[in-house]
Design a protein around this ligand. Structure first.
Ligand code: PMV
Length: 310
């Protein structure tokens, strides 16, 4: 039996603009993990994938449900890459405590855990970049036009400065800081939000290009602040990013309520994460952070976790 994990992620700065070539920063969230377990199966059965959290399963080569098509693709591609000439007999079990459709990269993390477990089971090891490329293929199925940031950060499991089409840059966090990650409880498929933004961009390119430029600049300053240990600069940058996300139309009343509650209880900065229109928000936490968590709970957070970025 072989097991592998991949973390969830949050985008600190730059979601949506990253689809249009601007930089974004994402960090792994080790408190939320996807796990894949691979075991040998009786001869002749081929590959079975058990997605416990979805209550679904699939057998490779048989029709897969919409939700499992990405996993099927990534499994087939990984087996090709690993040089498995014949279909091995395996059972792959997937579990994840990363909330789905919430901007935390759950789909990418599940794919990454699967690829790593499969490689380990077949006695191979894949470079982070190879895992990331395989996971990207599944992301394309799910998201349409993914920027590539999700597969990158969950595969490298390190803070990433990401510009579409450019070599990956990981970077160091000079002074660790803490985030609260709170869920609205409203599922928000990334594809929908990305599609809505695309429609508005097509209708008014100059305005959206300018907003994306401003977001990209916030991401650049965010990286400098994190690398330079200037944690005090982060809160205002998160607020600035949120104001721009609001302008591009991906915030929601539920997100705003959580953001307002966190700020009102002493968080230096807060923003939605990922696709928006639901999903999660993050709040930078001060040293005494219990009041912020309390305020988020009181404002109706459907899920809440604290993550240290280091
Ligand atoms: O919702 P998530 O975490 O999958 O993030 C989506 C981030 C976007 O920038 C909106 C889309 C993308 O592909 O980068």
């Amino acid at each position: 039996m072989t097991q592998a994990h991949a973390p969830g992620k949050v985008i600190l700065f730059g979601e949506h603009a990253v689809v249009y070539g601007r930089p974004a920063i994402a960090v792994p969230v080790a408190q939320a993990l996807a796990t894949a377990t691979v075991e040998g199966a009786p001869p002749g059965g081929g590959v079975t994938i058990l997605a416990h959290d979805l209550g679904e399963q699939l057998v490779l080569g048989q029709p897969a449900s919409e939700r499992l098509r990405g996993l099927e693709l990534v499994t087939r591609r990984a087996l090709e890459r690993l040089g498995a000439a014949t279909l091995p007999d395996l059972t792959i079990a997937i579990r994840s405590d990363i909330p789905v459709a919430s901007g935390m990269g759950s789909g990418a993390a599940v794919s990454a855990a699967l690829v790593r477990a499969l490689a380990a089971h077949l006695g191979a090891s894949l470079a982070d970049a190879e895992v990331s490329a395989l996971v990207y293929e599944a992301e394309v199925l799910y998201h349409g036009t993914p920027s590539g940031i999700d597969n990158t950060v969950v595969s490298y499991a390190r803070p990433v400065y990401f510009v579409r089409g450019q070599p990956i840059e990981t970077f160091a966090v000079e002074r660790p800081f803490r985030l609260a990650i709170a869920g609205t409880g409203i599922a928000s498929p990334t594809r929908m939000a990305v599609g809505a933004v695309r429609g508005r961009w097509e209708a008014d390119r100059p305005r959206y290009e300018a907003l994306f430029d401003a977001i990209g600049e916030v991401a650049r300053r965010g990286r400098r602040a994190i690398e330079g240990g200037e944690t005090a600069a982060l809160g205002p940058l998160m607020d600035e990013n949120q104001a721009l996300l609001r302008e591009i139309g991906v915030s929601s009343p539920e997100l705003e309520r959580l953001i307002g509650a966190a700020k009102g209880a002493g968080s230096p900065g807060a923003k939605l994460v990922g696709a928006g229109m639901g999903g999660n928000m993050i709040a930078l936490l001060p040293a005494e952070f219990e009041p912020v968590l309390e305020a988020l709970r009181a404002a109706g957070a459907a899920s809440l976790l604290v993550s240290e970025v280091r």
